[in-house]
Design a protein around this ligand. Structure first.
Ligand SMILES: N[C@@H](CCC(=O)N[C@@H](CS)C(=O)NCC(=O)O)C(=O)O
Length: 197
């Protein structure tokens, strides 16, 4: 299999952590995308990441890719009991919203020409991100020691916020989330995939 990615994409990062934690690192080659044409040749979405399966199909959308890899994995990245699984999904979903929210602001700030930049979008997403940090602060303590799609996605989203939304200072007043992030960052799969900037 091949994972088409870029080193600092949080969407690619959640997949890259999952690959390592699922014991699939030897089966997936990570390929850095060099240009947009290369990406478009792999599918209509033009978004990173894309997984090319052994049978040659291209899967887009990080959560779909992770679900596919989790099915191939011997180590389940979801808790086995229903209540834990639901909590994991709840946290994973909020972290996904946070990732999208930081991405939307980063797009406005870094990719859109200044004259078309929308303060309305930036303010709305800043407020959305703040609600997500607060919600994660309240929820993450209920997670145990298992590596799950929840902690993988939270760390990928917060690491991205450190880079692209440092002004949020998400650690301020959120000690539980701060120590949760630090705890998971001690694992090699989380540390070696951190964005470099
Ligand atoms: N929902 C997608 C989002 C992926 C995404 O937005 N990736 C960014 C890179 S960090 C991208 O390729 N953006 C290109 C674009 O928005 O045109 C996923 O979960 O995979």
């Amino acid at each position: 299999m091949k994972l088409y990615m870029s080193g600092n994409s949080p969407y690619a990062r959640r997949v890259r952590i999952a690959i390592r934690e699922a014991g699939l690192f030897d089966r997936v080659e990570e390929v850095a995308i060099k240009n947009f044409d290369e990406l478009l040749a792999l599918g209509p979405g033009g978004k990173i990441p894309i997984l090319q399966t052994d049978s040659g199909n291209s899967l887009c959308e990080s959560h779909i890719i992770i679900a596919y890899l989790n099915d191939l994995s011997e180590t389940d990245l979801l808790p086995s009991e229903p209540a834990g699984q639901e909590r994991c999904r709840e946290i994973e979903a909020i972290a996904s919203v946070l990732m999208d929210s930081v991405f939307a602001r980063s797009f406005e700030n870094n990719q859109r020409p200044e004259e078309t930049r929308s303060e309305f979008v930036i303010d709305r997403e800043r407020a959305r991100s703040a609600r997500c940090y607060d919600s994660l602060e309240a929820l993450v303590e209920s997670e145990g020691d298992q590596v799950t799609l929840a902690n993988i996605t939270v760390v990928a989203a917060l690491g991205y916020a450190d880079w692209r939304a440092a002004e949020d200072e998400w650690r301020e007043g959120r000690p539980v989330l701060t120590s949760y992030f630090e705890r998971w960052m001690k694992r090699s799969a989380f540390a070696e995939t951190a964005p470099v900037y």
